[in-house]
Write a protein of this length. Structure first.
Length: 97
């Protein structure tokens, strides 16, 4: 990947790897202009992920975050600087989105 990641890139990867029942990916890079890791474009460096997945059931908060980081590792290697994660297990009976 030669360009900065987009929310759509992250969303597609998380869909593929974690089968979420709820997923929101927001690019908050514009809020971090001038901060460490900002690339000067206002996008592609700082993201917030809200995700619920049956894979998170019985997992600690740290384990849930690790699953998200592992799924997005190649984006991190390419310049994704900050990732805020809100990860919950899926309510029983939920189906993936």
């Amino acid at each position: 990947m030669s360009t900065a990641p987009t929310a759509a890139h992250l969303q597609a990867r998380l869909q593929e790897r974690l089968a979420p029942t709820h997923l929101e990916v927001m690019d908050e890079s514009h809020q971090h202009a001038g901060h460490a890791g900002a690339n000067g474009t206002g996008f592609g460096t700082h993201f917030r992920v809200r995700i619920a997945s049956p894979l998170f059931t019985s997992q600690s908060r740290v384990a849930r975050h690790r699953l998200v980081y592992d799924a997005l590792q190649d984006f991190i290697d390419q310049g994704l600087h900050a990732l805020a994660i809100e990860a919950e297990d899926s309510p029983s009976g939920s189906t993936p989105i």
